[in-house]
Design a protein around this ligand. Structure first.
Ligand code: ADP
Ligand code: MG
Length: 317
């Protein structure tokens, strides 16, 4: 089975820039799956999407959509022929066109009947039935974002690329929108890359997650792998507190605070620690503890009901 979207050793350096925005990236997105691309601002996420969309050309390497090479040394397929749906952070809707006209933009060559049937189907899917004649300024932020998705999906693209689609939404809307986007993409079995700098979004939406750093993929895996088995300190800490546990000559590993239990009585297999600091973090108390074994310059963060600085305690991993 062919891969809907694949990058093969793709690099891109912008003119007047010393370092590549994307360097030697190889990546495949499997059919019907959503890959979330997470990374700090400036790490090259948008550039990676633009390379697939045909809005930038790679200096090296090859981009494939389905069976077809769309960008390489010798080949260039223009954006409109790539069969890609794009959703940008601001929605990028046409302000002077109605909701229906916005959706029809990419399917103008279809018959009138097909266009209007598609508009109705798309609007129903994104929960905007009856909004046909409104203009973008007559919609809320969330509605505009859903319209942008409807417009991107109308031409039945093979691949959908979404660049920070939630960044202009407030937190409560963000949460419902991300569930909604996931549902919509799954429903049409779209193959998608969704870019975000928010690691909660990445975990909630992605079937797989790629951590992007300085133009390169640092780690790629399922949400459980990315969260539970980070490759290094950078990947670990991007997703919240993580404790580097290196004990008794065992292979060091990363353990999340919620996977550590602290108590005041010793039980078999527990590790003795000294509590160094306690702070009330609202949802729970957070304690910084130091394992008492000889090796220990380690400090771990654990969650607990109550603890006091200075006391001894016991930890189970
Ligand atoms: P991200 O989306 O992760 O924030 P970008 O892909 O937008 O990252 O940018 C990656 C790097 O390329 C940054 O250093 C940015 O300043 C640079 N860059 C992005 N677009 C251009 C451009 N059109 N011309 C020159 N440099 C650019
Ligand atoms: Mg960006």
């Amino acid at each position: 089975m062919s891969t809907p979207l694949a990058y093969h050793h793709v690099s891109k350096t912008y003119p007047n820039s010393k370092s590549p925005a994307v360097r030697d990236v190889s990546l495949r997105v499997k059919k019907g799956l959503i890959l979330t691309l997470v990374g700090e601002s400036g790490s090259g996420k948008t550039t990676l999407l633009r390379l697939a969309a045909g809005l930038e050309a790679p200096d090296q390497g090859e981009v494939r959509i389905g069976e077809e090479i769309v960008a390489s040394d010798s080949l260039w397929v223009p954006p409109e022929k790539r069969g890609i749906g794009l959703v940008f952070q601001d929605g990028a809707l046409f302000p002077h066109l109605t909701v229906s006209q916005n959706i029809c933009y990419g399917i103008k060559r279809w018959s009138n009947d097909d266009q209007s049937a598609t508009v109705d189907r798309m609007l129903s899917m994104v929960g905007l039935s009856g909004f046909n004649e409104r203009f973008p300024h007559e919609l809320s932020g969330g509605e505009r974002q859903r319209l942008a998705i409807a417009r991107a999906l109308a031409p039945e693209p093979k691949v959908v690329l979404l660049d920070e689609p939630f960044s202009n939404l407030d937190p409560s809307l963000r949460r419902s929108m991300r569930d909604e986007i996931r549902r919509i993409l799954n429903k049409v079995e779209a193959t998608a890359i969704l870019v975000t700098h928010d690691t909660d979004d990445a975990l909630a939406i992605g079937d797989r997650i790629a951590i992007f750093r300085d133009g390169e993929i640092e780690q790629i895996g399922t949400p459980a792998e990315i969260y539970g088995k980070p490759k290094n300190a950078y990947c670990a800490q991007l997703f919240g507190p993580a404790n580097h546990v290196a004990l008794n000559g065992e292979k060091p590993r990363w353990v999340r605070p919620e996977n550590m239990v602290m108590q005041s009585q010793k039980e078999r297999g527990m590790i003795e620690v000294q509590v160094e600091e306690v702070r009330d973090a609202g949802r729970h108390c957070e304690a910084v503890v130091r394992p008492l074994k000889k090796s220990s310059s380690q400090r771990w963060i654990v969650y607990c009901d109550k603890a006091e600085a200075g006391e001894r305690a016991w930890i189970r991993l």
